[in-house]
Unconditional design. Structure first.
Length: 108
């Protein structure tokens, strides 16, 4: 298990904080105004995204939900190697190279 600081902010190539555009929350469908993208947001959004998690068995869905809740509820959750790998893989399905490149280092 490794403690991961999920409050880390992701940045543009020039170092400015990466801001998410206005979007619809995949779980509650409410509109989210532009907010800074943190490791926590990238992880939890990927773990509960219905598009990339659509064909899962119930037990795997619950496992991802519980991991998302741990990451959401703690600033430095303990994550196993398997949890970090799963999260990295899901982030790679949801985001592009700018985010994935930063997240890979943060979740090592």
């Amino acid at each position: 298990m490794t403690k991961i600081n999920v409050t880390q902010q992701l940045t543009e190539l020039d170092g400015t904080v990466l801001i998410q555009p206005q979007q619809s929350c995949p779980t509650c469908r409410q509109t989210i105004e532009g907010v800074s993208l943190t490791l926590r947001v990238a992880c939890t959004a990927s773990l509960v995204d219905p598009q990339i998690n659509k064909d899962l068995a119930g037990d795997e869905s619950v496992k991802r939900y519980q991991l998302a809740m741990r990451i959401y509820g703690e600033d430095e959750p303990d994550l196993s190697l398997d949890e970090r790998k799963l999260t990295r893989d899901l982030i790679a399905k949801r985001y592009g190279p700018l985010v994935v490149g930063q997240v890979w280092g943060m979740l090592e």
